[in-house]
Design a binder for this molecule. Sequence first.
Ligand code: CTP
Ligand code: MG
Length: 166
Amino acid sequence: MLPAYLPNPVAALLGGGTPVDGGRDFTDGKRIFGDGKTFRGLIVGIFAGIGIGLLQIRLSGAYGLENLPGHTFMSVTLLATGALLGDLCKSFFKRRFGKERGAKWPVADQYDLVAGALLLTLLLDPSWILANITLPVFIFILILTPVLHRTVNIIGYYMGIKEVPW
Ligand code: CTP
Ligand code: MG
């Protein structure tokens, strides 16, 4: 799941600049995605996710790392892209519910990237999902994700990268 987990923190660290919605509002008068979703965040995040995935492919089979999942360029690209598309979708609905950028939205804030990554991969590379995301793996992901999410965001907050610790 590293190719899905890395894009968000990298976007938080290196993102910024022109927002994906170009500052435009939706029909409800609220922002489409908001200032927290930028092109630079998307691009650097996706490249970072693919990068760590390619490293995993290089390292798989090395001594002590025999059990890494069988990633391919396709699977790491879909996981990384899906993670940030999930995050973008979440922000779209967050704005529709009138929540400001950075407002807390429990469950959605934590699982958007997992849903996006796994759904996009299921759609375009279903055999990878069937071979690798078994039920125990899926349950492990559901448990690990909020723990990692919280930990990384608290670290980001104290480093001054995130404005809020969630
Ligand atoms: N970020 C970005 N581009 C993205 C995703 C994230 O530039 N596609 C950066 C933004 O600086 C953002 C930060 O990463 O503020 C943290 O991301 P996130 O918590 O997802 O955004 P929020 O600012 O909390 O916005 P939202 O309420 O829409 O989730
Ligand atoms: Mg947020």
